[in-house]
Design a protein around this ligand. Structure first.
Ligand code: ZN
Length: 461
């Protein structure tokens, strides 16, 4: 089986309604994408599966859905207004703006050298651009501005009247919502350590991206939890290892190939300002091995800073020993939902001389079953098929199709990953049996309508 290229995935995603370029009728808005009718189903299935796996199934996890707009004070306390930056350079000839780190690393790679520049200051980056004699990838000129730091937070203003507007930021990570609600969760749920606060949602980063479809975009869906613990009771390294294992198992359960998954420890230079240890679970995308999930030990950095800046007491009191008050430490697993979406399409893509199909896991596929009347101009067939559709769609996502010939309908469902197609034909009218076709094998079997629910249940549909 040949591996699909990124272009194969982009083309299928567009053709079949998974992902569209953002603001497309106006020429597009770079690095934004819209999830179409099929994409939104897959995206929600991934998110719901994650929620069930890490939140619903666990007694020690509490859900949250915090605001995208947060007080600017949150981002000052978290250190993001000061440290959440990229160094950018402009070509003075053609005005292309680009990330200095990517420019240097990519040029070095082409020259057969390996240079990692994370953590270097703008003077050091400037020197490297000189030394490597880097030309503008757009126009070829050697005419760069000095690198400058740009903050990645999206600024916005609250209020209609200009004089009374106040500065706010779209959240640059979803973690801060969990930290600022720590006390609310403590007071309402009375959890005992260790416990987690989890949420899923969008984060926003005003960064120059390298494209690669939905891998890195200006706004993106994350799933994450903060797992709070008593550093005197629990060894952070053991907890880190526990969640690392859980993340690996989750990735494998999604159907991602084990040999494409690889853990990578962040160097001191590249680690974020809040973290003591960070490891990424990288996935082998067509454009390289890149971060899929991240795991960080954030210590008590965030709660401590919020306590200092807000003046609100964020200590946890040990219920067994009320004298023991402390700020919990936290281990944070983060999951890129859009990246899972892309990895799943890459893993599921199959193609032979006759057809293209997505071998998506049934629990994640946009639709579980398709229901077809053999032809649409025979009312008895349509009525019977409609009754099957109504019955099956009570408890699962079912799609209806009565257009064109049956072979084309099968191929269309294969391309969107629908595991099974049910056809109501003339024989159905005689003996109440239907055909059930398997997406991966294309084999068809006849079943009695009365057995259909049980058959689907056996196949976990
Ligand atoms: Zn240029």
């Amino acid at each position: 089986m040949t591996q699909p290229t990124l272009n194969d995935i982009v083309a299928l995603a567009k053709r079949r309604g998974f992902v569209f370029p953002g603001s497309e009728i106006y020429g597009g808005l770079a690095n934004t994408y819209d999830f179409g009718p099929l994409g939104v189903e897959l995206l929600r299935n991934i998110t719901n599966h994650w929620w069930h796996y890490f939140v619903t199934k666990r007694a020690d996890m509490f859900g949250l859905d915090s605001s995208i707009l947060m007080s600017h004070k949150v981002w000052e306390a978290s250190g993001h207004t000061a440290s959440f930056t990229d160094a950018l350079v402009d070509c003075k000839t053609c005005h292309t703006r680009t990330r200095a780190d990517h420019l240097i690393e990519d040029t070095a790679e082409k020259q057969g050298k390996t240079i990692r520049v994370e953590g270097q200051n703008v003077e050091e980056l400037s020197k490297l651009i000189e030394e490597l004699n880097i030309a503008c990838p757009n126009c070829g000129a050697h005419n760069w501005t000095d690198p400058r730091e740009f903050n990645l937070l999206f600024e916005t203003h609250i209020g209609i009247v200009e004089e009374s507007q106040s500065l706010a930021y779209l959240r640059g990570e979803i973690a801060q919502g969990m930290f600022v609600n720590f006390k609310n969760v403590l007071n309402t749920m009375r959890p005992k350590l260790p416990f987690g606060i989890a949420q899923t949602g969008k984060a926003f980063r005003n960064e120059i991206t390298l494209g690669n479809f939905i891998f890195r975009t200006l706004e993106f869906n994350l799933a994450e939890f903060e797992y709070f613990f008593d550093p005197n009771e629990q060894n952070w390294e053991e907890l880190f290892e526990f969640w690392k294992q859980a993340m690996q198992e989750f990735a494998e359960e999604l159907g991602l190939s084990k040999n494409k998954l690889n853990w990578r420890l962040h160097t001191d230079e590249e680690r974020a300002h809040y973290s003591t240890r960070t490891e990424d679970l990288d996935y082998q995308f067509p454009f390289g091995s890149k971060e899929l999930f991240g795991l960080a030990y954030r210590t008590d950095f965030d709660l401590k800073n919020h306590m200092e800046k807000s003046g609100v007491d964020l200590h946890y009191t040990d219920p067994q020993n009320p004298q023991h008050k402390f700020i919990p430490h936290v281990v944070e697993p983060t999951f890129g939902i859009n990246r899972i979406f892309l990895a799943l399409l890459l893993e599921a893509y199959r193609s032979d001389e006759n057809r293209t199909w997505l071998a998506l896991p049934a629990n994640l596929a946009p639709f579980k079953v398709a229901v077809f009347p053999l032809v649409k101009n025979k009312p008895e067939l349509v009525t019977k098929a409609k009754a099957v559709f109504d019955q099956l769609s009570k408890t699962r996502a079912v799609v209806w199709d009565d257009r064109g010939n049956i072979g084309k309908r099968y191929l269309a469902q294969d391309e969107i990953g629908t595991p099974y197609c049910i056809t109501i034909d003339y024989q159905t009218l005689e003996d109440d049996t239907v055909t059930l076709r398997d997406r991966d094998t294309t084999k068809q079997e006849r079943f009695k309508l009365t057995e259909l629910e049980q058959q689907l249940a056996n196949m976990l549909i």
